[in-house]
Design a protein around this ligand. Sequence first.
Ligand code: GLC
Length: 474
Amino acid sequence: MFVRRSYFGSVLSLCLIAGIPALAQAPAQKHYEPTIASLNTHPLPKWYDDAKLGIFIHWGLYSVPAWAPLQDPEHPADGVGSTPYAEWYYNSMRNPGSPTEKYHKEHYGADYNYYNFAPIFNKEVKKWNPDTMAAIFRDAGAKYVVLTSKHHEGFTLWPSKIPNPNQDHLQASRDIVGELTEAVQKTGLKMGLYYSGGYDWTFDRGPIQTNNDYEAVQPESNAYGKYADAQVEELIERYHPAVLWNDINWPKSGNAMKVEADYYNAVPDGVVDDRFGIQHYDFSSPEYSKLDHISEKKWEECRGVGLSFGWNRAEGDAQTMSSEAVIDLLVDIVSKNGNLLLDVGPQADGTIPEIQQIRLRALGAWLKQNGDAIYGTHPWTRANGTTNQVDAQGKEVELRFTQKDGHLYATLLGKPASSTVLLHNVTAAPGSAIALLGASEQVKWIQKGTDLQVELPAALPGSYAWVLQLQPAK
Ligand code: GLC
């Protein structure tokens, strides 16, 4: 022992004299234990904090019928059987008297088993081109992707070696998880995976009919706990997902803390959501809802551009957010320390419906010009602000703030009717320069008491939501 120490001591002093960093090996990787205390030492990785925009993909057997009852976006229907979520088709069709039961009977016949969609899906998916799909996400400006590896129906999008004791051949004919992981990573994006730990309708078929059933239908058998643990461990080992996005809950007969510790040990800069039912998470996951304040803890809103995660062929523009509304949503979320996980529901053959692609392209074009106000930013002291402007429809043009590298970004949500805009309660230090992202000329400004008055160029670059960048004098 003594000899060793003195040997180490002399190496250390030699290194110091020679100016060589001592013991220049990579630092030992931190080891996580399956305890909340250990999991809570996991730092939020910078890539995830900086990314701001991810794409969620809901793709499975439900993409074959691809239907859910139409809703009034302002007043969605009540009742489990009337959910607007097309990925709940199998559950909805078994709710007596539901619109989906009726639809299923009309289109496939009352006796047509849901799992008959598997061979159709597997035939359709042969046409899928993962590179085309990945390019769409890259061009939308997303930095990560999260794919449903297994949704509530139990069908897996990878060739799992873990046998399902209840049902055979419940797998995609292609390794969709693996192929998409490769394509997405090639485009420079991170690839994450969703797994439905809480529901698996091949273990507890339900159906869920009332609010009380939501909990009762979560399988808790030992067989299911083992199965879910083993499947997620398999996903971790095979694909190293950058995000491990569990849904509903983790079975009590499984081991959520061990899953998360094993995950961090395999993917130290990975992130987990808050749906494992334990007291640890990297981000919270409000669904079709968002925070109205800056949250110190990272959060991520998930939603589709319409009212469903899986593709609903019945939806049209009336149920779908406009491109402008999607831009507003992203800007608003980012100003409050959130990410947006914007969902697409591909058709069974992997085509992303045009109605969704239109929104993705618009978002991508906007981010190309204005991404500086989004990627890598942090919230400012407040998220929202007001101006003296209304747009052509009389809607107030609001502001959202972010900051980065000493610059303040103020995004105008809307097209101001006049080019002279007052930003309420914003102060530019004397000598500051103000730029309009996408424009070459500096913006003229004067401070008017507590308000900042800017003069926008007559011809604005882009078509919606302009960003002012305030650079304090050097
Ligand atoms: C829900 C739904 C589901 C969707 C998910 C996404 O829990 O059951 O269909 O996949 O949330 O957040």
